[in-house]
Ligand binder design. Structure first.
Ligand SMILES: [Fe+2]
Length: 287
C-alpha cells in the first residue's frame, strides 16, 4: 500500500500541536482528525482480517522525515487500527540487546538470531490479533522478514497428515516469556497450535522453541509423536514458494494477522554506529 501524501501534514500538525506525548496515553480522540491516516488504517485492518492477512505500507513519500516523525506516525496508526496492547510498552524496540534466547527466557525480539516462523506471544491470555513493525534503521546485512500462511499448512495437514494434525489440535505447554504474564500459571499455559476461535474461526499459535521449552521447564515428557508432527508442520510452512522473503526499508511498515500469518526474520549483522532498529506494536481488533 502507498503512503498518501496528505498523511505528512496530518502528522506534522499533530507534532506542532503536541511536541511531546506520553506514548501510553495516546488515545483515539488525539488522532481522530487524521482522516487520511484513518483510511489507511482501515484498509490495512480489512486486508488483515478478510484478505491476505498481510499488508506492507511504503515509506513516507517526502524523504524529509526523521525518527520522531516515524514514531508519531506509527503510534497514531496503531491507535487508528485498533486497541494497542501494552505488555511490552506501546512502541516496543526490536533490537539486539546481546542476549541468547536459547539460554535465558527472553523474547527472540531482543536478539539478532533467526527466529523460525512463528506467531507472537507465548502466554495463553495474551493474544494480539495484529502484529506490526516499522523500520527505523535496517541492519547492514541480513534481517529480512519472512512470512507464510498458517491456513495453507493446516489444509495440507488435513489432506495428508490427519494424525499429525490431531496432535497439533491438542493443547501443548508453552514457556512463558511475555511480560506481564503470570509465571505461577506455568502448567496452565497450554493451548493448541491450531484451534477454532469463537470469533475468528481457525487460528494458529505457534513457536516451536517455546513449546519444547515449555515441556522441558515443566518437567513433563514431550507427547509421543509431537516432534514428528512439528517437523511435518515446519516442512509445510517452509515449502518452496510458500514463504515471502523481503527486507523492510527505513519508514516502511509491515502488518500481519497474528492468528493466520506466521512471521520470521533472518539473522543479521549490525553496524555498531547505527544498529538495526524496528518498532513493534501488538494490536487487538476493535470490538
Ligand atoms: Fe515475532
Amino acid at each position: 500500500m502507498e503512503f498518501a501524501e496528505e498523511i505528512h501534514q496530518e502528522i506534522d500538525d499533530w507534532i506542532a500541536r503536541y511536541p511531546v506525548v506520553t506514548e501510553e496515553e495516546v488515545a483515539t480522540e488525539d488522532v481522530s482528525g487524521m482522516s487520511s491516516l484513518a483510511s489507511l488504517a482501515t484498509r490495512v485492518r480489512v486486508e488483515l482480517s478478510t484478505g491476505s492477512g498481510v499488508a506492507r505500507v511504503a515509506p513516507p513519500t517526502n524523504p524529509e522525515f526523521d525518527d520522531n516523525f516515524l514514531r508519531r506516525y506509527y503510534l497514531a496508526f496503531g491507535v487508528l487500527l485498533g486497541d494497542p496492547l501494552g505488555n511490552y510498552g506501546r512502541l516496543y524496540e526490536v533490537k539486539d540487546r546481546g542476549g541468547d534466547y536459547t539460554k535465558t527466557a527472553i523474547p527472540v525480539s531482543q536478539t539478532r538470531a533467526a527466529t523460525g516462523l512463528h506467531t507472537d506471544s507465548s502466554a495463553i491470555n495474551v493474544l494480539p490479533d495484529m502484529v506490526g513493525l516499522i523500520c527505523i534503521r535496517p541492519a547492514i546485512k541480513g534481517g529480512s522478514s519472512r512470512i507464510t500462511c498458517a491456513i495453507r499448512a493446516y489444509l495440507k495437514l488435513q489432506q495428508f497428515e490427519s494424525q499429525n494434525l490431531a496432535l497439533l489440535e491438542r493443547p501443548h505447554l508453552r514457556d512463558i516469556v511475555t511480560p506481564g504474564a503470570d509465571q505461577s500459571l506455568r502448567l496452565r499455559n497450554q493451548f493448541p497450535v491450531f484451534s477454532a476461535h469463537p470469533d475468528r474461526g481457525l487460528i494458529c499459535r505457534y513457536m516451536r522453541f517455546w513449546i519444547e521449552k515449555g515441556y522441558e521447564k515443566a518437567e513433563v515428557a514431550i507427547p509421543e509423536g509431537l516432534p514428528e508432527a512439528l517437523d511435518t508442520l515446519d516442512r509445510y510452512l517452509e515449502e518452496e514458494d510458500s514463504v515471502a522473503n523481503f527486507r523492510l526499508q527505513r519508514g516502511e511498515m509491515l502488518w500481519v494477522d497474528n492468528c493466520t500469518t506466521l512471521h520470521d526474520r533472518t539473522e543479521y549483522e549490525d553496524n555498531p554506529e547505527a544498529p538495526r532498529l524496528l518498532l513493534r506494536q501488538w494490536v487487538k481488533l476493535p470490538d
